[in-house]
Design a protein. Structure first.
Length: 160
């Protein structure tokens, strides 16, 4: 069953790259004490994710932060090194934390896995965005497969 508004984010280990190296962080610690706008994409370097989804958050990062968002994060079922390279290529460095969910633990615990095995991509995460305050999901916007609308940065801005 998929997670819903009012639930706490699942407790798993996530990874991201910093200038000091790879950081492993529990999702409990990552979301604790702050307002986080997180968006999930099926895969780094994929078409819609690279052309529209990540760029929308890069473009609107300052506006989201001006509306009270402390941290903007992108997550995908990719390792932290792929996420870091993709973020740098798309200009997300310093604006968006690029979280690697390499084993898909977060996607599975969220109940938002996406089966892309037939497409040669394995198990991924559905496309969605959520607003999390101190670990509690305040808004959750899950896209229909093949769609990109409700999880955009523009939609997040309208909701804040």
């Amino acid at each position: 069953m998929a997670i819903k508004v009012g639930d706490r984010v699942p407790s798993v280990t996530l990874r991201y790259v910093t200038p000091e190296g790879v950081q492993a962080v529990s999702s409990d610690d990552f979301f604790r004490g702050k307002k986080v706008a997180l968006f999930a994409v099926p895969g780094a370097f994929t078409r819609t994710c690279s052309q529209r989804h990540l760029p929308s958050y890069v473009t609107h990062a300052d506006e989201l932060k001006a509306k009270g968002v402390d941290t903007i994060a992108c997550i995908a079922v990719n390792d932290q090194f792929v996420m870091d390279a993709w973020g740098k290529e798309c200009g997300a460095d310093g604006k968006i934390v690029m979280l690697g969910d390499g084993s898909g633990d977060f996607a599975r615990e969220m109940g938002l896995e996406l089966d892309r095995i037939k497409e040669g991509m394995g198990m991924r995460t559905q496309r969605y965005s959520m607003l999390v305050e101190d670990g509690v999901i305040k808004a959750l916007n899950v896209e229909q497969p093949g769609q990109y609308e409700v999880s955009s940065a523009e939609a997040m801005l309208r909701a804040l």
